[in-house]
Design a protein around this ligand. Structure first.
Ligand code: ADE
Ligand code: ZN
Length: 335
């Protein structure tokens, strides 16, 4: 008998700095003579206790990536790990503000990341794309600077623009100009909303930023009309259940609304967000959600199909990915 076919996976929501394995952060910190003991404990685990201290730990860990080759190593490591779990596609959020704070220009940041993705692709055939994000708690001017930098320095792998950071600061209206510019430049757009903010934060993101994808979006479940709107408007949620449980948005996976949202006809994808910070991986997200809610192989295939259909990639790439996805079904039938 052949080995059972694993579900091909796709990731739409992972912050590249948040995917840094602790041992890589430690190694680069030593190399650059930096002290990261405030955010990495003796067991090689990230240390944080709530969303605010998580964001702080994330900032400190990001600081060890100082050169294009550091970033190439990070993206190669992450995409190889993703491919090893059966992923065929990954989009990562990149943060030009964090690169700038570490002394890197936007261009060298992107070139480093792209080199790592190409190396991983040569070995594993995984496809990767980059979504540049503005950090909302850095303010409107900083978010607009990011989008101008992206538009002024086009790169074939940078296909999207997004908004992350502390949802509790900065109304989406402050970022509508940045999103209009991104959209006019042909970039796909997505925004974090409905993670720490309630349904109003989601409505504001939809109305002011005109996004068709939302990072998280899960607190829509608190507003019946909004759930219907998400379903009617084909809004795709980049759901990160492990992250939500880790950050205390829900106390336990079985109380997470991912299954209810899916049953209401909302388009769902599964994602890892900042995997080593939350003790997760994309593979663990698929398997824990499938186990908790009784999702079948076909249910999980639908998750990946939704992700590929919503991916910020060109149509030829999308079609190739869909063929790869379908071939997993054929392999299964032939098992
Ligand atoms: N940046 C990195 N991870 C994030 C998250 N979960 N929410 C908002 N901004 C982030
Ligand atoms: Zn996120």
């Amino acid at each position: 008998m052949n080995a059972p076919v694993t579900v091909p996976k796709a990731e739409l929501h992972c912050h590249i700095e948040g995917a840094a394995p602790p041992n890589l952060v430690k190694r680069l910190a030593n190399q650059h003579g930096m002290d990261v003991s405030s955010v990495l404990n003796g067991n090689g685990k990230y240390v944080w206790s709530d969303f605010t201290t998580f964001l702080k730990a994330y900032d400190v860990a990001s600081g060890v990536f100082k050169t294009p080759s550091d970033y190439a190593l990070l993206s190669e490591t992450y995409f190889r790990m993703l491919a090893a779990e059966g992923a065929i596609y990954g989009e990562v959020f990149i943060s030009p503000d964090h690169a700038q704070a570490a002394g890197l220009s936007y261009r060298s940041y992107v070139e480093g990341l792209a080199a790592g993705i190409e190396r991983a692709k040569d070995e594993t055939a995984i496809e990767g794309r980059l979504i540049a994000i503005g950090v909302r708690h850095f303010g409107t001017a900083s978010v607009e600077r990011v989008v101008k930098e992206v538009i002024g320095n086009p790169h074939p792998l940078v296909t999207g623009f997004g908004l992350a950071g502390d949802e509790r600061s900065g109304h989406p209206a402050n970022f509508s100009k940045a999103f209009r510019m991104a959209c006019e430049a042909g970039l796909g757009t997505t925004a974090h909303a409905g993670e720490f903010g309630g349904p109003d934060s989601i409505i504001a993101a939809l109305d002011f930023l005109r996004v068709k994808r939302l990072g998280h979006g899960v607190r829509a479940i608190e507003d019946k009309d909004l759930v219907k709107r998400l379903a009617d408007e084909d809004i795709v949620l980049e759901v990160c259940p492990g992250s939500n449980v880790s950050l205390g948005v829900y106390t336990h996976l079985r109380f997470h609304p991912v299954n209810l949202l899916r049953k209401e006809g909302v388009k769902i994808t599964l994602n890892s967000d900042d995997p080593p910070f939350f003790g997760t991986t994309l593979g663990k997200e698929y398997s824990s959600v499938a186990k908790t809610f009784g999702w079948s192989f076909e249910d999980q295939m639908t998750i990946t199909r939704t992700a590929i259909e919503a991916a910020f990639c060109d149509e030829a790439t999308r079609n190739r990915l869909l063929v790869r996805l379908d071939s997993a079904v054929e392999d299964r039938v032939g098992e």
